[in-house]
Design a protein around this ligand. Structure first.
Ligand SMILES: Cc1cc2nc3c(=O)[nH]c(=O)nc-3n(C[C@H](O)[C@H](O)[C@H](O)COP(=O)(O)OP(=O)(O)OC[C@H]3O[C@@H](n4cnc5c(N)ncnc54)[C@H](O)[C@@H]3O)c2cc1C
Length: 734
């Protein structure tokens, strides 16, 4: 671990080993510790984003007890750039150039932030790199100046507008990250007191990445904002738009006092995400696993392990073993496909060594109702994924709709023939898209959107039919205004001389506003390979026209609205929307005086802000075996081994929020197992506690065929070490 504390460089030996000790000493698994060399005091490192490279402030002192884990390696008083110091250290350890490049970019980002801050709020940059594993995080810290005197703060408080934010996911956190909290009284409500980096959730299911590495506590984020944000760990159970308040209920058990409370707002930001969509399929809620949250991923991890444990219980027929090891994934979208690929790697690379007797009985099936998996991707990617899965032995059943799931079987209907068939399973993961949360559904009823499937906002993310309420991320969709609804007013506004016809010049004068207000025009031009908007006004033979009347204008633009696109439910969209909305909030007064948006074709003047514009950074699908497929902006497609890296850089540079990757830091580092020898004496060990483990560790197991019987397949609930890796000779475990 490299710790750069001001200009001092420290090294923590065997950091991985110390982590549990630090955790137990401090009680906080998501924070690391750093020793300040001059003051001999320890400083909490607020781990900015999930893992190993962090930007942080000096903060509270902590107990001496924790300090022994950190040993100063070298202290430098030079004024070298922080990144170069870190890079030098990395070079010493022979880190790959590619990784270096990404780290350099990230660290230089960090050092820029460092330079931009006043001395009193000195930033620390920490880079951690475990050589066998490696990891990196990028985080762009808030640019908002938080250095206000208490008098200023108090005076401001009286005028501050109250903003309530619901949710701490991509949209909510991205909104809070850049919001000028000195101008608002901000309260955040969420049942989750952490932010989760969802793109890596599938990797948590198989232990490639540890759950704690993909979460960032909300309290850390608040701390970075000078604690000017209040957080309540609660569910919002009702939005009362008429009275501008929300009713919330605490999610913490055994709360002393009233668990319900209400918060009044001037502005409400709804960023509650979506829930799984079961399409009301019987048995899904009761018998399937989901992959929406960190807890879900951890549950899947345990259940996969359980399936293997069940399969090796003595006395099972081969057929029973096969059923226990049949993993079914419903949904061939990015999440389902990534999970299938992760599971395949996990089984082939690790579990076969732990459970060699059943290694050939494992089956993974992906059920997809459409004709192809990854059908929102380019065709080339979808067929690349299907071929890869074919080679890996992952069965893909397309054109099948699941009609029920029991604890033993999954029943589906083949779309082509209408035939119904049932397949026994060991575990089902349901990953078929998203649905609206009850609190949002109820709100939609109140504001006259009850018949819609998803909450609608305008292009400025303001909820339609409701004042001062904004919705972003997966819980809402932008209802893009159709150009044909405004065609008469656009014509009128452009026809400056009221001649009843539009010249090209007149049309050109309103083009920028039209393109900004109706992004579908640009999509349409692209789809028709037209270079200029005025090309739309050409006659049917493609000849230029000097003027068009209203009918000609309408017919020229009549197909444009067909290119209106709904934005996907992705982190990219949510994060960009959060960042956009905070910018609008920060510049409210400024833009009230000088509106910056497009002209209002209905009504006068300009819109206060530019509408939200989504920048697509591409989409990515890991396919296992270090292979991935990516669709990049500009219709580029990339497939194969190198593609994995593209994804990290997209998140690092694009979202500006965070990016990281850990190469199996703790999990999936498993040892070889050998088949039990029939001639050996059999030893049965009952239990996996300290005594049994110590016995196993020292037993010369070459001489014995060892079986361990225990309800627990790990040593300690705290450390969760699987039994087999503890013993390099891998006893059989039941
Ligand atoms: C396994 C998986 C992998 C993914 N991979 C990618 C990917 O690679 N790239 C990509 O772009 N997208 C990916 N996504 C999609 C992405 O995670 C979502 O689009 C994104 O999380 C949406 O952000 P959000 O803020 O709208 O919702 P969320 O991130 O879901 O956050 C919602 C927040 O609201 C809180 N909340 C819920 N109910 C309430 C309530 N009643 N009151 C208050 N708060 C509430 C939740 O606790 C949570 O904090 C993935 C999703 C999953 C599940």
């Amino acid at each position: 671990m490299f710790v750069c504390c001001g200009t001092a460089l420290l090294t923590c030996h065997s950091f991985e080993k110390e982590v549990p000790l630090l955790e137990s000493a401090t009680g906080h698994s998501n924070q690391s510790l750093i020793l300040h060399p001059q003051k001999r005091s320890a400083t909490w490192l607020t781990r900015c984003n999930l893992a190993n490279v962090s930007i942080c402030r000096e903060g509270d002192s902590v107990t001496e007890k924790c300090c022994w884990a950190l040993q100063p390696k070298s202290c430098s008083s030079s004024t070298k750039d922080v990144s170069s110091v870190v890079i030098e250290e990395l070079n010493m350890y022979g880190v790959k150039t590619t990784l270096m490049f990404v780290i350099t970019t990230l660290v230089s980002k960090a050092s820029r932030a460092f330079n931009g801050h006043s001395a009193s709020s000195k930033l620390l940059v920490v880079g951690t790199l475990t050589l066998s594993s490696g990891g990196l995080v990028a985080y762009s810290d808030s640019q908002v100046d938080v250095s206000k005197t208490s008098a200023e703060v108090k005076e401001n408080d009286c005028k501050k507008k109250r903003v309530v934010v619901l949710g701490t996911g991509w949209a909510g956190i991205s909104f809070l990250k850049d919001l000028d909290v000195s101008a608002y009284d901000v309260k955040v409500v969420s049942p989750r007191n952490y932010f989760a980096f969802t793109p890596l959730l599938p990797s948590v299911t198989c232990g490639t990445v540890e759950a704690r590495s993909i979460v960032e506590p909300v309290r850390n984020i608040i701390k970075k904002r000078n604690r000017e944000i209040q957080f309540c760990e609660a569910d919002c159970i009702k939005i009362d738009a008429a009275n501008k308040k929300v009713l919330c209920r605490s999610v913490i058990n055994n709360l002393v006092g009233n668990e319900e409370f209400s918060l009044e707002y001037d502005d409400l930001v709804i960023a509650v995400g979506a829930q799984v969509n079961t399409f009301n399929t019987p048995g899904v809620l009761e018998n399937c696993h989901f992959l929406k949250d960190v807890e879900d991923a951890q549950k899947i991890r345990r259940s996969v392990s359980d399936c293997f444990e069940k399969a090796v219980i003595p006395g099972l027929s081969e057929e029973e073993q096969r059923i226990n090891l049949h993993f079914v994934i419903v949904g061939g979208g990015p999440t389902g496909v990534e999970f299938a690929a992760e599971l395949h790697d996990y089984v082939k690379e690790d579990l076969v060594n732990l459970y060699p007797t059943v290694k050939d009985l494992v089956k993974i099936t992906v059920i997809q109702s459409g004709d192809h998996i990854l059908n929102t991707f380019d065709e080339r990617i979808s067929s690349f994924a299907e071929q890869k899965f074919g080679r890996d032995g992952i069965e893909v059943q397309t054109g099948c709709r699941v009609i029920s799931v029991s604890d033993k079987e999954i029943t589906m209907k083949l779309k082509s023939t209408g035939e119904i068939c049932s397949v026994p399973h060991g575990l089902v993961v349901w990953s078929t898209g998203v649905g609206t949360r009850p609190v949002v559904k109820d709100f939609m009823e109140q504001i006259g959107q009850g018949k819609r499937r998803i909450l609608a906002t305008n292009e400025w993310l303001k909820v339609k039919g409701c004042e001062d309420v904004y919705a972003l991320g997966d819980c809402a969709t932008i209802d893009q205004r159709k150009i044909m609804e405004d065609i008469d007013t656009i014509f009128k506004a452009a026809d400056k001389d009221n001649s009843g016809t539009l010249t090209i010049k007149e049309f050109q004068d309103v083009i920028d506003d039209v393109l900004e207000r109706y992004p579908q025009v640009e999509h349409y031009l692209k789809s028709k390979h037209l270079r200029d908007v005025t090309d739309l006004l050409k006659d049917p033979e493609g000849n230029d026209r000097s003027e068009v009347d209203i009918e000609g204008f309408k017919s020229a633009l009549s197909h444009v609205d067909s290119q209106t696109k709904n934005l996907p439910a992705t982190a990219q969209v949510a994060a960009q929307q959060g960042a956009y909305l905070s910018k609008c909030f920060n510049r409210r007064q400024q833009c009230e005086a000088n509106p910056e948006g497009p002209r209002r074709f209905r009504g006068s003047g300009r819109h206060q802000f530019r509408p939200f514009e989504y920048k697509h950074l591409g989409q990515f699908a890991p396919l296992g075996g270090e292979q991935a497929a990516a669709e990049l902006p500009g219709d580029w497609v990339s497939m194969g081994h190198s593609t994995q890296w593209l994804w990290y850089s997209v998140y690092a540079s694009g979202s500006g929020l965070l990016a990281f990757y850990e190469f199996r830091p703790f999990g999936r580092v498993l040892t070889d197992a050998s088949q039990p020898d029939r001639k050996k004496k059999k030893v049965v060990v009952v239990g996996t506690g300290w005594a049994a483990t110590s016995f196993l560790k020292n037993l010369k197991s070459e001489s014995y065929e060892v079986r361990v019987v225990s309800p627990r397949n790990y040593l300690s609930s705290r450390l969760c070490y699987p039994v087999s890796p503890m013993d390099s000779r891998s006893p059989q475990h039941c």
